[in-house]
Write a protein that binds this ligand. Structure first.
Ligand code: OSB
Ligand code: MG
Length: 371
């Protein structure tokens, strides 16, 4: 395959419900859609799902645009390649910038699987025809508001709920949700906001009494030893998200016993090839994995669904139906869930048509790179 043209589209969509975490607050999202075209005219789409501010990871929408436009697309366009595993080599010199890389990597996988006539999930080695989704709920103004949101999602059929926590919004909201939903598969995500101060540790250890499935990323990304120490002190499995950007990070975290569960995100790991390798390593190491999300539009969401079809993804994902996030999504049909179950498409490539009209109507800026 030879890419002859590559386009970036910065697209803005409003969220149906404001989302707040310990690190950010959003009512609308700007994601960069990546469109790769090969010499035969075939097209593959990917999505750069970076948050706008550098609070989850160091990247921003602007940094992703810059890296993709200046480094990733020029390195790829005009080059000959056989399989998508070869694509990241073109930008091997570029350090970090996983979100930017992930969007281009996904576009290459989508293009390649479409040209081969195989579903993206099959191309990756996926074995499931359906995957189970949970939901991730943000910090709400009050505990009553949170209970309303949990009720809404449980009624929609989602079997697992994750709650964002932060100091001052942890033990009490979890206690309230647990009291009303005693059997719910429930876990918490702190996005790295806690320290090992006495009051923070008291709160984290107190969460042990609520039968949570996991505590996700309590401490800052590089603080692997803090996660190791917490895991020794609590029964609840510690899950890593932000800490694991590369396979090397995962190896280090495994050898330090910093985690018992891994959240694998296509965006955070720089694409499907690395995300799949993380899945393989976790599986060999006996660590349960699940697929996390970054409020992706339909293109990134469909890639997450495809990744989740790999055999090691045994825990419910954060890849909920499009309508939890957006009134209109950029693919047709949109991603849907019935009782929390999402079907994995069996048609070639992405398995969804891309709604180029909706994209054009919501595009803020675009650029093209040609051979
Ligand atoms: O930590 O998983 C996270 C959203 C933005 C930034 C970080 C995270 C999240 C989510 C949302 O939890 C998951 C989703 O529903 O896409
Ligand atoms: Mg997380």
């Amino acid at each position: 395959i030879r890419i002859t043209a590559a386009r970036l589209h910065r697209v803005r969509l409003p969220l149906v419900h404001e989302f707040r975490t310990s690190s950010h607050r959003k009512t609308e999202l700007d994601h960069i859609l990546v469109e790769l075209e090969d010499a035969s005219g075939a097209v593959g789409w990917g999505e750069i799902a970076s948050p706008s501010d550098p609070y989850y990871a160091p990247e921003t929408v602007e940094s992703c645009w810059h890296i993709a436009e200046r480094y990733l697309l020029p390195a790829l366009v005009g080059q000959e390649w056989g399989t998508p595993e070869q694509v990241p080599r073109f930008w091997a010199k570029v350090r970090g910038n996983q979100f930017a890389k992930a969007g281009v990597d996904v576009a290459a996988w989508v293009l390649w699987s479409a040209v081969q006539g195989v579903p993206l999930a099959k191309a990756l080695g996926g074995t499931r025809s359906e995957v189970t989704a949970g939901v991730s709920l943000g910090i709400e103004p009050t505990i009553d508001d949170l209970l309303i949101e949990v009720r809404r999602q449980v009624d929609a059929g989602y079997p697992r709920v994750k709650l964002k926590i932060a100091p001052g919004w942890d033990v009490e909201p979890v206690r309230a949700v647990r009291a009303e939903f005693p059997d719910l598969d429930l876990h918490v995500d702190a996005n790295g906001i806690y320290s090992e101060s006495a009051d923070h540790l008291t709160a984290l250890v107190s969460l042990d009494e609520f039968g949570l499935t996991m505590i996700e990323q309590p401490f800052a990304p590089r603080d692997l030893l803090a996660h190791t120490r917490l895991q020794r002190a609590v029964q609840t499995p510690v899950c890593l998200d932000e800490s694991v950007e590369t396979l090397g990070d995962l190896e280090t975290a495994l050898s330090l016993e910093s985690l018992r569960v891994l959240n694998i995100k296509v965006s955070r790991m720089g694409g499907l090839t690395v995300a799949r390798a993380a899945h393989d390593l976790a599986q060999q190491s006996g660590i349960a994995v699940w697929c996390g999300g970054m409020h992706e539009f339909g293109i990134g969401r469909a890639a997450n669904v495809a990744l989740s079809s790999l055999p090691g993804f045994t825990l419910p994902s954060d890849v909920s139906a499009s309508d939890k996030y957006y009134a209109r999504d950029v693919i047709t049909p949109t991603v849907t869930a019935h009782q929390g179950v999402v079907r994995v498409p069996a048609t070639p490539g992405l398995g969804h048509a891309v709604d180029t009209e909706l994209i054009a109507a919501n595009t803020i800026s675009s650029t093209t790179c040609v051979a």
